[in-house]
Design a protein around this ligand. Structure first.
Ligand SMILES: [Zn+2]
Length: 370
């Protein structure tokens, strides 16, 4: 029910054009997944999400397991039925949230124990439980549970967490799985290129249908992120989808695509949209800025989204007046921006001109319309 089809490699970079087939349809790669943390992309109906060009969405295991509970999602028909989303869904394993959001997290070889950030109750998350929860959610792609550490940390702590992530990946794989779900392994190793390659090689031997690079976009510099991805990529199986978790800005996506990454998720377009920051080809636009007060122009003249039927002045007014339509429209625009960027990237790869496309887009971001 899952397969990966490589169509074309760009002549000038490591970018590639491919399709990932899932039980809920194909995903043309490279692709960007909007984040639907609570089983909803905040403020948008599923029809609005689809209209942005999104093919696949991400939902969060940690949040859904706490509320409404994975068994409740299952009893409501699973994530696809509950959300009304017909396309593929990927769920993360909860690893990142357990280490970033939960309180008093203690990790043993057996599991992570933490307190819910909602009601303070004590919860255990083991590799087996992470698989069970995601089976109840019914996503197309489940992520293995990994041990994420905050950077910077000592080499010893990083090595231990990476080794544990590999052992936990094997435990996840040993759990019987539903036929309409597949699992992706997650390469950890912080900013240590040797550890990253070792982790990627050992996970590759486990033959997961897809692989992610995790533990980035946690405060490292863009150069450190680039160096880490570049060092890891040769050890990532070329015949599987390669997913960069939690990244990032449009320029980060283009950089990663040029290195051979196929799949992304990030809260940036949605979270920034709710905060009146719009992405455009000329760089980010801060709509609360007074200079947009009487601006009759749309955010982007060639953007087909609902926000771009309006002036920047009107969009600014919606935010200043605290109207809910402001965050909704800007979420729509930002997601549309990301999807148009990825569609243009796919076209550029097909035409063997991704390097030029990347360069042109980067020049554009320099001419910021703030
Ligand atoms: Zn727009």
């Amino acid at each position: 029910m899952f397969s990966f089809e490589l169509h074309h490699r760009d002549a000038g970079t490591a970018a590639r054009l491919s399709t990932f087939h899932t039980p809920h349809g194909p995903v043309r790669l490279p692709a960007f997944m909007p984040v639907g943390t609570q089983g909803t992309v905040k403020g948008l109906t599923v029809d609005q999400i689809a209209a942005t060009g999104a093919q696949m969405v991400l939902a969060n295991t940690y949040h859904l397991a706490l509320r409404p509970g994975a068994d409740v999602v299952r009893d409501l028909g699973g994530l696809h039925v509950m959300m009304g989303w017909q396309g593929p869904i990927l769920t993360d394993s909860g690893g990142f949230q357990v280490f970033s959001l939960a309180e008093r997290t203690v990790v043993t070889e057996e599991h992570a124990v933490f307190r819910s950030h909602i009601d303070g109750s004590t919860i255990e998350l083991s590799p087996e439980r992470a698989m069970e929860i995601q089976q109840q959610l019914g996503s197309d792609v489940a992520m293995v549970l990994d041990h994420v550490v905050a950077l910077p940390c000592s080499a010893e702590v990083l090595r231990e967490a990476t080794e544990r992530s590999i052992r936990w990946a094997a435990r996840c794989q040993a759990v019987p799985q539903r036929p309409d779900q597949c699992r992706f392994g997650i390469v950890q190793g912080g900013l240590d290129p040797v550890l990253r390659v070792q982790c990627a090689e050992r996970l590759s031997a486990m033959e997961f249908p897809g692989y992610a690079i995790g533990g980035l976009s946690v405060g490292e510099t863009p150069q450190q992120m680039r160096d880490t991805i570049a060092a890891t990529m040769p050890a990532m199986p070329a015949d599987r989808p390669r997913y960069l978790m939690g990244v990032g800005r449009p320029e980060d996506l283009l950089m990663a695509i040029s290195l051979g990454i196929d799949l992304f998720d990030c809260v940036m377009p949605t979270r920034n949209g709710r905060n009146a920051l719009a992405f455009t080809a000329a760089g980010p636009v801060r709509l609360r800025n007074l200079k947009h007060q009487r601006d009759p122009q749309p955010l982007e003249a060639d953007c087909p989204c609902a926000a771009c039927r309006h002036s920047r002045g009107y969009l600014r007014h919606l935010f200043m007046a605290d109207e809910m339509l402001g965050p909704i429209l800007l979420t729509i625009h930002n997601l549309t921006y990301y999807q148009r960027l990825l569609a243009a990237a796919r076209e550029a790869i097909a035409a063997d001109r991704f390097a030029q496309f990347y360069e042109q887009r980067m020049e554009g971001y320099g001419k910021s319309g703030k």
